[in-house]
Design a protein around this ligand. Structure first.
Ligand SMILES: Nc1ncnc2c1ncn2[C@@H]1O[C@H](COP(=O)(O)OP(=O)(O)O)[C@@H](O)[C@H]1O
Ligand SMILES: C=C(OP(=O)(O)O)C(=O)O
Ligand SMILES: [K+]
Ligand SMILES: [Mg+2]
Length: 554
């Protein structure tokens, strides 16, 4: 590995000394406005093709400069409120990096139309929106209440939990969706409804059913979630349906055939759930699809480290998580998961209720903006909208609130980032450790020198993600010749992916990309670029030659 600084004289110019400190703090050329230009978005011209960068990043760059580029990625759930071609285009213009399709809702034909519309927009208009499907997941839950939206369970009342199927409502009887729900359950165990809305004690096993006494009264909502506790501890995996149901597998098959970029797995229990899906994708030659684990159950919290290691990324699914654990624990769990993901170099999405009030209202609450800011401050890779974009009337505004709020917090955080430059060592083998160290040092150098951008040439996005992991001040432009890698990088903090043919000769790549980005005024003469690569350095030296170089756009 060689860390060579090309042309130190150019980089050491006085110009840099006077100009850089301000820039390193983001003061120069950066305008993060809180006003809303959101709904309309920037003026876009479709010319992304030759250099393989999306029109939205390019427009943002022209408007705000290199240091003003947004780092936090945005995921939008597509539902009836935004699924038209116009609705999707508005979200794309507004900065949606990933479209999420929740397979709980709507038909496969409906989802297929949306996926194809997104692909068409990407192709015809130069966006780069990745597609994520989110499995329904099989959870143990109540089945209907015969039309009632809720029923009250009184203290001491006796209830039958049964798998018998019937129409309508029978007093004090709860239908359960999963046949084997009572297997392994003992008299004295507790049935917990919606994480504690109401609790029952098992008094008798009657065939496959459970006779229970209400020990903590409360409301039962239709489709309320059921779990079991023994001596205060959750009763584990052997009880309840498998993580991926037959319908989920059919949805995954659909995702493979539509060539989606991400599959988010609901109610993951342990690393096996993820490993099974990944090996299936591999057998189907679809291992370019990234598998995200949704952390939304107590069980997943118990196996957190293994799950994160097994997956390609994590979603902190606060909606269901908040049903399983006391709400006051969610903020610390979120922070812990976010930190672990960064240490293990996996992108993390913070999801659910970020701007919940915007499902109905055109402005967020102060508390919601604070919650969004906190997630950005924690350095989450991505933020997600659910109902705000799927069914709300203000999808574009909600997206713009995410955009503006994250931009503002990123700017403020930049100064502080300097203090967190050294994450723990990750790799064990020497070659991997070299890559990791190269990226750590590169970011330290980039921040200290206050360079204008980091350029990385990457086959699968690994080096780009290792740079992103260090949360550098300047943007990371990741050049890849792999379309899947480009889409996957849509979830990585601070990376702007470019897709274009790469040569085995690094010098050619550097010359080519420098000239292309200059021609498009993405960078200007005099801009200082830190270049990182692990592609072979020259055709005369075919072996991998990792290097960090600092070059000036001439
Ligand atoms: N494809 C869809 N079709 C209809 N409604 C949807 C769709 N996707 C999401 N929604 C609605 O948007 C809301 C929020 O989305 P999400 O958080 O993904 O779902 P849920 O709350 O059901 O887990 C849900 O209440 C759901 O009704
Ligand atoms: C994102 C979540 O999952 P879903 O919307 O599928 O319930 C959640 O529970 O927060
Ligand atoms: K889901
Ligand atoms: Mg959920």
């Amino acid at each position: 590995m060689a860390a060579s600084i090309t042309n130190p004289l150019i980089c050491g110019q006085i110009r840099l000394q006077t100009r850089f400190p301000a820039r390193a703090l983001g003061n120069s050329r950066v305008r993060v406005r809180v006003g809303v230009r959101a709904a309309a978005g920037p003026v876009l011209e479709k010319k992304g093709a030759a250099i393989g960068v999306d029109v939205v990043s390019e427009a943002e760059l022209k408007e705000k400069g290199l240091m003003g580029l947004r780092k936090t990625k945005l995921v939008c759930t597509v539902g009836p409120a935004c699924s038209s071609d116009e609705g999707l285009e508005k979200l794309a213009i507004g900065g949606m990096n990933v479209a999420r399709l929740n397979m709980c809702h709507n038909s496969r034909e409906w989802h297929q139309r949306v996926i194809r519309a997104i692909r068409r927009l990407n192709q015809e208009k130069g966006f780069c929106v990745a597609v994520m499907i989110d499995t329904e997941g099989s959870q143990m839950h109540m089945v209907g209440l015969g039309g009632d939206s809720s029923v009250k369970a009184e203290d001491g009342s006796m209830w039958l939990f049964t798998t018998e199927k019937f129409e309508g409502y029978r007093p004090c009887t709860v239908q359960v969706n999963y046949e084997g729900f009572a297997e392994g359950i003992l008299v004295g165990d507790e049935v917990v409804v919606d994480g504690g809305m109401a609790t029952f004690e098992v008094v008798e096993k009657v065939g496959n059913d459970l006779l229970c006494k209400c020990s903590d009264p409360g409301l039962l909502l239709s489709r309320a979630k059921l779990s079991f506790r023994r001596n205060g501890e959750l009763v584990g995996k052997s009880v309840g349906p498998p993580t991926l149901s037959a319908k989920d597998w059919a949805d995954i098959e659909f995702g493979i055939s539509e060539g989606v970029d991400f599959i988010a797995v609901s109610f993951v229990k342990d690393a096996n759930d993820i490993e099974n899906l990944k090996s299936y994708l591999s057998e189907r030659s679809s291992d370019s699809i990234k598998v995200l684990a949704k952390i939304e159950s107590l069980e997943s919290l118990k196996n957190l480290l293994d799950i994160i290691e097994a997956s390609d990324g994590i979603m902190v699914a606060r909606g269901d998580l908040g049903v399983e654990v006391p709400l006051e624990q969610i903020p610390t769990i979120q922070e812990k998961i976010t930190l672990m993901c960064r240490q293990l170099n996996k992108p993390v999405i913070i999801a659910s209720q970020l701007l919940e009030s915007m499902v109905e209202y055109p402005t967020p609450t102060r508390a919601e903006v604070a919650d969004v800011s906190q997630a950005v401050r924690q350095n989450a890779d991505a933020l997600m909208l659910s109902g705000e974009s799927a069914v709300g009337s203000y999808a574009d505004k909600a997206l713009s609130v995410l955009r503006m709020t994250s931009g503002r917090m990123e700017l403020w955080s930049r100064e502080e980032n300097q203090k967190n430059l050294f994450p723990p060592q990750l790799a064990i083998s020497l070659p991997d450790r070299v890559t990791e160290q190269t990226c750590n040092c590169a970011v330290q150098m980039a921040n200290n020198l206050g360079v204008d951008a980091i350029f990385v040439y990457t086959k699968h996005g690994l080096m780009a993600s290792l740079l992103s992991r260090n949360r550098p001040n300047p943007p990371v432009f990741a050049f890849t010749d792999n379309a899947n890698a480009r889409m996957a990088m849509n979830l990585n903090w601070g990376i702007i992916p470019f897709e274009l043919p790469l040569s085995a000769d690094m010098e050619i790549n550097i010359k080519n990309t420098f000239s292309l980005v200059k021609k498009r005024s993405i960078v200007n003469v005099g801009d200082v670029i830190l270049v990182v690569s692990d592609l072979s350095h020259s055709s005369a030296v075919p072996s991998v030659f990792q290097s960090i170089q600092v070059r000036t756009i001439a």
